[in-house]
Design a protein around this ligand. Structure first.
Ligand code: CP
Length: 316
């Protein structure tokens, strides 16, 4: 594997999930695979889980790890081709990515969207420039439109905890105070559409996701109907795709409470974290038996390890 940026980079999703679960059982089975290999984890935005879980995954495989918070510790990057760099940017991404590729065998990149220009964000300009110029295998640590390591961990979690062969999985919008990217819901949707699950998306009117990611999903504006008989409820806020990056206010009643879960199939509640308590999800759910958010975060290690293992196996 040379690129992990979406579910489309995986030929057999079930096999990758199985591999992640095997690594969970035997974390050090491939501890020599990454000997003398280095991964550089490059962050243009904050992170807790992605940073620590990917680092741990790489260490379990015997790799060296370098972390660069390029937004704070690196030179200000120029992204535009042909720019006359007489402003605040100091280094062009062409040189920066190429140089990183000289120091690392694999590069991970986190690059959030600006949420101002949909065409630019959905072209994955920053992530794709790293792919173009770094010259080594590259893994997305969350890009403008997708978060594939999160989605793989989510699918691993569903596979582990499901109580029927084809579980009902619901992605529900939740309230927030600021516009958030569509990367996590886009990505979760496209992975669920390829998994053996009964998948529904519920959101208030106006928060339709880009249809490229939701082919095969049932989509509704009625949360109560959506979560009836659900086995898993994935809670997440996102801003509008059209008009891009906007939030409309209201819809505070979309925050789940225990009372709302009565008609579910003892649904397990998922969230990628970080979560704003009593805004996106209530204390009673996060602190109760239905929440699997920490379990889900723990599975980030095995998702990352399965992907890095495949990338290491592909290095010459
Ligand atoms: N879920 C997730 O990616 O968490 P971080 O943003 O903390 O890495």
């Amino acid at each position: 594997m040379k690129l992990f940026s979406s579910v489309n980079d995986v030929t057999d999703v079930n096999a990758l999930v199985k591999e992640a679960l095997q690594l969970k059982q035997f974390p050090y089975a491939y501890k020599d695979l990454g000997e003398n290999k280095t991964i550089a984890l490059v962050f243009l935005n904050p992170s807790l889980r992605t940073r620590m879980s990917t680092q741990k995954a790489a260490l379990n495989l015997g790799m060296n790890v370098m972390v660069l918070n390029i937004d704070k510790e690196g030179w200000a990057l120029e992204l535009r081709d042909g720019a006359i760099m007489n402003g605040n940017t100091v280094e062009h991404i062409r040189e920066a990515a190429a140089v990183m590729g000289q120091y690392a065998d694999i590069i991970g990149v986190r690059s959030f969207p600006g949420l101002k220009n949909r065409e630019e964000d959905y072209s994955e300009m920053i992530f794709n420039k790293f792919v173009e110029f770094c010259g080594v295998p590259i893994v997305s640590l969350e890009s403008a439109t997708r978060h594939p390591l999160q989605s793989l961990a989510d699918l691993v979690t569903i596979e582990e905890l499901k109580t029927r062969a084809r579980p009902k999985v619901v992605l529900t919008w939740a309230p927030h105070i600021k516009p958030l990217p569509q990367a996590v819901p886009n990505s979760f949707a496209e992975w669920m559409c390829k998994a053996d699950v009964d998948f529904t998306i519920a959101h208030p009117k106006g928060y339709e996701l880009c249809s490229d990611f939701t082919q095969g999903a049932t989509i509704t504006h009625n949360q109560e109907e959506a979560i009836a008989d659900a086995d898993f409820i994935y809670v997440k806020n996102w801003s509008a795709y059209e008009p891009y990056g906007k939030v409309f206010g209201g819809n505070e009643d979309w925050m789940l409470t225990n009372d709302r879960l009565k008609n579910t199939n003892k649904a397990k509640i998922m969230h990628c974290l970080p979560v704003r308590r009593n805004l996106e999800l209530s204390d009673e759910i996060l602190d109760g038996e239905s929440s699997v958010v920490v379990h889900e975060a723990a599975n980030r290690v095995w998702a990352a390890q399965a992907v890095l293992k495949r990338m290491l196996e592909g290095l010459s």
